[in-house]
Design a protein around this ligand. Structure first.
Ligand SMILES: C[S@@+](CC[C@H](N)C(=O)[O-])C[C@H]1O[C@@H](n2cnc3c(N)ncnc32)[C@H](O)[C@@H]1O
Length: 427
C-alpha cells in the first residue's frame, strides 16, 4: 500500500500531489541527463521507498506520456517549457487535472498554460514537432520512406511496445510455456512470425513468475528473435556473438545450438557481459564463454573457423523509440555511428570460415546505418555475398517471405530492426 501523503486537493482523479512532484523531479533529470529514463526512474523509486506500485505506475505514465509527446508540449509551453510545465500540460491535455488543482499543488504557471493549450493551433507545428522526432531524423526518414509512411511510423513509435517472450527450447515447447503462463495468470498468444515467441495480452510482473525464474521464457522482442534465427546456428557449431551486450541474442543462439558447441559472447563492455551470467544460469546454458574486447589473442583463435558470427552493432536505436522515448531527445551522430559499424563489421569478418555466415543487425530505422553500411562492407569485402534472409528464416521455422529482414513497428508490430546475412565465399 502507498504511504505517500494524500493531498487535500482531490480534483485530479487518481493523481496525487506527491506523485506529480516526483514525476517532475524524474523528468528534470531525464531532460538534463544522458542516462536512460528507466534507470532514472528506478533510482527515484529506490530513493523513495514509500512509493507503492500504483504510485510508480502513475509517475511512470506521466513521465513517459510527456516524453512521447515532448516536442508538441514544448511548442505549446514556449519559453516556460521546464519539467513542471510539461507535466502540467500533459495532465491538462489529457483532462487528468485542472489548472486550479495544479496551481494549488505548486505548478504556478498552470492557468497560463491552460490558456495557451486552449488557444494552440496545431497547424503551427512543424512535421518533426508533430511527430516528436529530432529534425534531422525526420528529414532522413522522409527521404527514405516518404511523408505518409514517416507519419505512420512516427505514430507507431509514439505508442507503447508490446511485451514479447522467447520460449527457451532447452526447457519447454512454446505450447507448454503458454499453458504454464496461463496457470500463472498471464495470457499470451503465439507471435505471428517467430516460432519461439509469445506475446502477452497485458504487462505482467515477470520477475514474480516461476516460469521466468526457472528460465522457460525470456523477454525478447519478436524482431530480436528473428535476428537470432537468421544466424542459423546449429548444435556443435562454433559461433561468435560479437556485440553480445547483456546477451539477449546469445541466449537465443545457445538454445538454437541446444547448448552444444562453442559460443563466444564478446563485447567491449565487461559490465554488460557480467549481466549475462545470471541469465545463462536461469536458462540452463553452459556452452557460452564471455570475452571482454579488445582481446586480439583470444579472438585470433577463432579467426577463419567460425560457422557463424553475429554483429548486433551499436546504433542509434531509433527502432526502439517506443521503449526508450528519451533517446529521441538528441540527434544521433550518424557519421560516427556508421564509421564504428563498418569498423566492427570489418573486424568480425575475419572470423567466419569459408562457407560460414556473418550477420549484420541493428535496431536502427536509418539507411545510413543499415543499407549504406552493407553496401560499403560488400565493396570492401568481395569475399562476402548476401544470402536470402527469407530462405534462412523459413528453414528455422519462421514466417518471413522477403529476401532481407527489415522490421517496422507500424507494419510488423515489433521494434524497428534491420538484418542482413552474408556468406563467406571460398572452398
Ligand atoms: C545493440 S547492443 C547489443 C545487444 C545484444 N546483442 C542483445 O541482444 O541484447 C550493441 C553492443 O555493442 C557493444 N559494442 C560497442 N562497440 C563495440 C566494439 N567495438 N566491439 C564489440 N562490441 C561493441 C556495446 O557495448 C553494446 O553492448
Amino acid at each position: 500500500m502507498s504511504l505517500l501523503p494524500d493531498s487535500a486537493v482531490t480534483s485530479a482523479p487518481g493523481l496525487r500531489r506527491a506523485q506529480l512532484l516526483l514525476a517532475r523531479q524524474a523528468l528534470e533529470a531525464i531532460l538534463a541527463a544522458q542516462r536512460p529514463a528507466d534507470a532514472i526512474l528506478q533510482d527515484l523509486f529506490r530513493d523513495n521507498r514509500q512509493c507503492g506500485s500504483r504510485d510508480r505506475a502513475r509517475i511512470s505514465e506521466l513521465v513517459y506520456g510527456v516524453l512521447r509527446d515532448l516536442r508538441r508540449l514544448q511548442a505549446i509551453a514556449g519559453v516556460q517549457a521546464d519539467a513542471g510545465a510539461l507535466c502540467a500540460l500533459r495532465l491538462l491535455d489529457q483532462g487528468l487535472a485542472d489548472a486550479a488543482t495544479l496551481e494549488a499543488w505548486g505548478l504556478t504557471a498552470s492557468t497560463a498554460l491552460a490558456r495557451r493549450l486552449a488557444g494552440f493551433d496545431p497547424a503551427t507545428l512543424t512535421p518533426a514537432q508533430r511527430d516528436n522526432l529530432p529534425q534531422a531524423c525526420h528529414e532522413r526518414l522522409v527521404a527514405q520512406y516518404g511523408e505518409d509512411a514517416t507519419a505512420a511510423l512516427a505514430q507507431a513509435l509514439r505508442g507503447q511496445a508490446q511485451v514479447d517472450l522467447r520460449v527457451n527450447r532447452l526447457k519447454a515447447t512454446r505450447e507448454a510455456a503458454r499453458q504454464r503462463l496461463a496457470q500463472e495468470g498471464v495470457k499470451a498468444e503465439p507471435t505471428p512470425r517467430s516460432p519461439l515467441g509469445l506475446r502477452l495480452s497485458a504487462r505482467a510482473p515477470l520477475q514474480n513468475l516461476a516460469s521466468f525464474r526457472e528460465g522457460w521464457v525470456e523477454p525478447q522482442d519478436e524482431g530480436s528473435q528473428l535476428i537470432a534465427l537468421l544466424v542459423g546456428a546449429r548444435p556443435g557449431d562454433t559461433v561468435v556473438d560479437y556485440c553480445a551486450g547483456a546477451g539477449g541474442k546469445t541466449l537465443a543462439l545457445a538454445a538454437q545450438m541446444q547448448d552444444r558447441g562453442e559460443l563466444l559472447a564478446c563485447d567491449i563492455s565487461a559490465a554488460r557481459l557480467k549481466k549475462l551470467r545470471p541469465r545463462l544460469q536461469r536458462a540452463g546454458v553452459n556452452s557460452v564463454v564471455g570475452l571482454a574486447l579488445p582481446d586480439e589473442t583470444a579472438l585470433a583463435k577463432f579467426a577463419g573457423r567460425c560457422d557463424a558470427v553475429l554483429v548486433d552493432a551499436p546504433c542509434s536505436a531509433t527502432g526502439t523509440w517506443r521503449r526508450n522515448p528519451e533517446l529521441r531527445l538528441r540527434e544521433p551522430d550518424f557519421a560516427a555511428l556508421q564509421a564504428l559499424q563498418l569498423r566492427i563489421l570489418g573486424d568480425a569478418a575475419r572470423l567466419p570460415r569459408a562457407g560460414g555466415r556473418l550477420v549484420y543487425a541493428t535496431c536502427s530505422l536509418m539507411a545510413v546505418e543499415n543499407d549504406e553500411v552493407v553496401r560499403a562492407f560488400l565493396e570492401q569485402h568481395p569475399e562476402y555475398v548476401r544470402e536470402d534472409a527469407g530462405e534462412i528464416l523459413r528453414a528455422a521455422g519462421a514466417d518471413w517471405q522477403e529476401p532481407e529482414l527489415r522490421l517496422l513497428p507500424q507494419r510488423h508490430g515489433t521494434d524497428g530492426f534491420y538484418a542482413v546475412a552474408f556468406r563467406r565465399q571460398g572452398e
